[in-house]
Design a binder for this molecule. Structure first.
Ligand code: GLN
Length: 187
């Protein structure tokens, strides 16, 4: 059984834990650096507020340890603010982990369109519901990054080796297939 450490300093971590638990994974919350010593097979960085999550993980000393884990191959899934934390370039904002060769623009889907639902074809998974909440837009994809899902020609889910990241919130739709895809990466 995979043991998944879910960053739980802020944001929608509970929903990820519920979905992953439903899929048979064992989850634990990461709130301090000692939690990272519990032996995570994989990490999840949820949606929330990237500036707050970035500051808290930096102040708590979690950020550099997570960065080391991701760079050394631990599978990670970042959703929405989690994508921002992973991105190597944040237009007009701070870079946090910087392990994923993409550029993102925060809150880029517009004020009125801040939250909306759509559907998209997710490579190897099929058509999935896409739930956007003041989502970051992926504005550049670096070499070696696979685009797994697009909406109107814009990448909304990418994979770079052990890193899976998306602009939307698969944990809020009741559709478990994106998390199952992630657990397949972990095995
Ligand atoms: N707008 C948030 C940010 O920039 C992300 C929103 C989310 O995670 N749902 O951090």
């Amino acid at each position: 059984m995979s043991r998944i450490g879910v960053l739980a300093v802020q944001g929608a971590f509970r929903e990820h834990i519920d979905v992953l638990t439903d899929l048979g994974a064992e989850c634990f919350e990461i709130r301090k650096t000692a939690d990272l010593e519990k032996g995570a097979d994989a990490l999840v960085i949820p949606g929330g507020e990237s500036t707050v999550m970035g500051k808290l993980t930096r102040d708590l000393g979690i950020l550099p340890v997570m960065g080391e884990m991701v760079r050394s191959g631990t599978p990670v899934m970042g959703t929405c603010a989690g994508l921002i934390l992973l991105a190597e370039e944040v237009e007009g904002g701070d870079v946090h982990l910087g392990t994923l060769p993409v550029a993102v623009r925060r809150n880029a889907y517009g004020r009125q369109l801040g939250s909306f639902s759509a559907e998209g074809e997710f490579a190897g998974v099929g058509r999935v519901p896409l739930e956007f909440i003041r989502a970051p837009m992926i504005t550049r994809v670096g070499e070696g990054v696979d685009v797994l899902c697009e909406l109107d020609g814009v990448p909304v889910a990418v994979r770079y080796g052990n890193q899976l990241a998306m602009s939307f919130h698969p944990e809020l739709t009741g559709d478990l297939r994106v998390h199952r895809y992630f657990l397949d990466m972990v095995r």
